[in-house]
Design a protein around this ligand. Structure first.
Ligand code: GLP
Length: 239
């Protein structure tokens, strides 16, 4: 595992955006694994700002997760997040952009279908990962099986509280999500985890230096053959 520490978040973010762009330049049919959350917003801004001359028309993408119960047009859905922060600003082909369908009749069947679709596309070339304050990746909360596939997960109160800022005061944060599993994530040919800010420092230390444990699902990437952890100095403070 490679750990890159940058003096500030801006440079950490730029590194992630540049890695994605280099991949798409080299392979216009790349399969990107995408993530959501506040950390990724500047990444997508930087990507859009640097994307001149790079076509995303043949890029395929798979997002990590989606809230159960939210339709793709719900403003707090990850579908909407991705359109707003990335897809609408590039020459993407909507047919190639995948997220789990949060309002599917059967979330469990949808999770299985999603996992199979990733495999059918030949797997993910580069999987972006954010990091939950509790060590989650995607919505694989502490206690997640390290061998898990895409499935429905119950969100912890901590994660629901952390994400409440994206929802209106009168809206409830969903209790469940469909998320790629840890084993699904580990099958990506490359994974890149980005964490910025002092509130991520403990989770970063557990991820990079802690024991590989279900208590910190992100620690599993220690076993990945091509994993990079990109940090600013604040997130690296406890290493
Ligand atoms: C959510 C997402 C994760 C993300 C995490 C961190 O729970 N499902 O994929 O990594 O939040 O979010 P933030 O970047 O806002 O701290």
């Amino acid at each position: 595992m490679k750990v890159l520490i940058f003096p500030d978040a801006e440079r950490a973010v730029a590194r992630v955006a540049d890695t994605m762009l280099s991949l798409v330049r080299a392979n216009p049919e790349a399969v990107l694994g995408l993530a959501t959350g506040g950390t990724m917003e500047p990444v997508y801004r930087a990507l859009i700002a640097r994307a001149a001359g790079v076509s995303f028309a043949r890029v395929t993408s798979f997002n990590l997760d989606e809230y159960v119960g939210l339709a793709p047009d719900h403003p707090q859905s990850y579908h909407a997040y991705m359109r707003h922060h990335l897809f609408d600003h590039l020459d993407t082909d909507p047919a190639r952009l995948h997220l789990p369908l949060g309002n599917a009749d059967s979330p469990n069947a949808e999770a299985e279908r999603y996992d199979a679709t990733i495999a059918a596309a030949g797997g993910v070339d580069l999987q972006l990962l954010g990091l939950g304050v509790n060590g989650h990746i995607g919505f694989n909360e502490p206690g997640s099986s390290l061998g898990s596939r895409t499935r429905t997960k119950t969100l912890t109160q901590k994660t629901r509280d952390d994400n409440a800022r994206f929802f209106g005061a009168d809206e409830e944060v969903p209790h469940y999500a469909i998320t790629m599993g840890i084993a699904t994530i580990m099958e990506a040919r490359e994974v890149m985890l980005l964490a910025t800010g002092p509130h991520k420092a403990q989770a970063v230390a557990n991820t990079v230096e802690g024991p590989v444990s279900t208590f910190c699902p992100a620690s599993m990437i220690q076993f990945h053959r091509h994993a990079t952890v990109v940090l600013d100095e604040e997130a690296a403070a406890k290493l």
